[in-house]
Each structure stands twice: as C-alpha cells, then as structure tokens.
Unconditional design. Sequence first.
Length: 233
Amino acid sequence: ADADGPADDKLAIACGPADAGGPAHGLAYADGPAGNKLAIANCPADAGGSAHSFADADDPAGDKLAIANGLADTDSPAHGFADADGPTGDTLANANGTADADGPAHGLADADGPAGDANGTADAESPAHGLADVDGPAGSNLAIANGPADADDPAHGLAYADGPAGDNLAITNGPADTDGPARSASPTPRGPANDNLAIANGSADADGPADADGPAHGLADAETPEALPTASP
C-alpha cells in the first residue's frame, strides 16, 4: 500500500516464494548465482488497475518494468512504501517472485556490467551505471543513487541518501533521468525539483536487525559495514 496515499492506492510490490524469508527483510536477491539480479517481482493481481504505481513487468502486452509516480509520492520526506500486509513498521518488505529470477525481460539488470552483475564495482563511479530498464533502449537507466558515504564502496547497492533525519534508502530518479538515456540519479532523495522515485525506509525498518544483516540480504545498509554482503560476480 502507498504509505501516504488513500486506502486503495496500492504500490503493489509483489511477494512470492523466492522472498528471502521474513517480513522484516528489505530487498533480497531473487535468484541464485546464475543470474544474481535484483528484482522487483510482480504478482498477477498487479497487472492492471489505475491505483497501481508499479506496472507488471511480466505483462505480455506491455512487457515493461514501469516505475510510476503517484501524485502523493513525489514531494514529502514522509512518503515511502509500506508493506500492505505486514505488521506496523514493516515498511520495506520487497519480495521477489520466482518469475522474476530468470528470463531476459524480468527484473532489473545492471546497465553496464556483465550478465548477473547486480552490484558490481562499476555501479558507484559512472553516471551510466546502475539499474537498467530491461525493456527500454540501451542506456535507459533506473540508477541507484549513492550518498557521500557510499560513493566509493563497491559492495553497496543502495545508500542512505540523507542523514539520520530522513534515514532513507532511495532509488531515485533526478530530472535528467526521467526522460533521457544514460542519465544517473540525483543523490537528493526526493522533492518536486528533482522529481524522484524513492523507496524510503521508516525508522522501524531502517535499522532493525533483520534488515541490516543476514545472509539473504543482497543490499547492505550503507552505514553498517559489518553487514555488507559479498559482492556477486
């Protein structure tokens, strides 16, 4: 559910059997060493409906991963994604379904790395790197923003985009990234001037032990170096 939208305004981040195994997990690897992709899975119920902010990546009609902005999602630091079915405080339970783990049109792939390079060393250093729209043209990226503490650590996929006041993990799109190829993300987590898409952590999710460490987590907290996963090739 949209944490700040009306009751029926769903951000249908799918859950499936490949979820890493707990409602407190953040983003998990949806697959094994064969693909090593970071995927936002889509359930069948997510394929249609005007209230959905995530389009179905497996919909044969569109066959795109379209991350859309809801009206309430662009201009408030309190906005984020809540788990529609999870307990209070479980604000990022992004599960991965089995269909997203493999197949060329599924999930989010690294824009510049080799096949299976989900969080490689190249992600932190070039505006063309990050997450690619797998169905878009070459260079059409959904980039992972890196904060100052994250910019030079190759093991980090998502960085805290701000400080403790906001305490966010954000996948952001700046104004240059919205409609041009090979553009990077703005490091500013949100605000109408930057037209950002953000996956924001509430305070209960940002520093809970299940989200900061654990072998099933593919994305590490930028401020928790001891919890960094091993970078996958």
